[in-house]
Ligand binder design. Structure first.
Ligand SMILES: Nc1nc2c(ncn2[C@@H]2O[C@H](COP(=O)(O)OP(=O)(O)OP(=O)(O)O)[C@@H](O)[C@H]2O)c(=O)[nH]1
Ligand SMILES: [Mg+2]
Length: 200
């Protein structure tokens, strides 16, 4: 997949604010500060399509980006940020869950994990949600520039076990710093999203 054009379309909280053109979507989820926005920026080859946060927990809205005028990348708010209140947590869950429930055009959810850490309870819950709603999960372990190859391999095993992945389930690896893994992620998305039709 070659991304030639990417543009911000809308920030949404409620379903009536989502795009209504039925184009296919790929959503990006993960813990706050894990690198969701950075991953999207690298995929679309722009420094600042999506705001990368100095302060974790900045993305509180669902942001829709139209790619090649054909399909959407959807940046979901990050979870597990310690300093948000219970009220905000509930709000977050509501925003995400409303989006995940019955989003017919949602083709895949990219679950982004920090390759340095064991998945958190929230990561595991998120993965279970994806499976429960029968969406296709694409698992990406990011920030691989921060660990040695040996450490990465042992951490990937830990992630695999924690999520209870099947042998055929892949974990893609990525670094926003040096763009390692970009092509594999794009190839994977290419095989999932129908980039030829506009689905309108
Ligand atoms: N070294 C390194 N740093 C990264 C990588 N990806 C993201 N970062 C840094 O991690 C921080 C958070 O990145 P974001 O892309 O804003 O993370 P996010 O998941 O979108 O965060 P929220 O929107 O707050 O949930 C920033 O300081 C990034 O520069 C990576 O692959 N390697
Ligand atoms: Mg973000």
């Amino acid at each position: 997949m070659k991304i030639k054009k990417s543009e911000f379309i809308v920030s949404a909280v409620h379903p009536h604010q989502y795009p209504r053109d039925n184009r296919e979507e790929v959503a990006f989820v993960g813990r706050s500060n894990v690198g969701k926005s950075s991953l999207i920026n690298v995929l679309v080859n722009k420094k600042k399509l999506v705001k990368v946060s100095g302060t974790p927990g900045k993305t509180r809205l669902i942001n829709f980006f139209l790619i090649n005028e054909k399909f959407y990348f959807v940046d979901l708010p990050g979870y597990g940020y310690a300093r948000v209140s219970k009220m905000e947590m509930k709000n977050w869950g509501g925003i995400i869950e409303k989006y995940l429930q019955g989003r017919k055009q949602l083709r895949a959810i990219v679950l982004i994990l920090d390759c340095r850490h064991k998945p958190t309870e929230d990561d595991i819950t998120m993965y279970k949600w994806i499976k429960y709603y029968n969406y296709r999960a694409v698992i990406v372990a990011t920030k691989i520039d921060k660990v040695s190859r040996g450490k990465l391999n042992s951490n990937l095993k830990i992630i695999r076990n924690a999520l209870n992945l099947k042998t055929q389930d892949k974990i893609l690896t990525f670094s926003a710093l040096n763009k390692a893994g970009r092509k594999e992620i794009l190839d994977t998305l290419d095989s999932i999203v129908d980039v030829t039709s506009e689905n309108q």
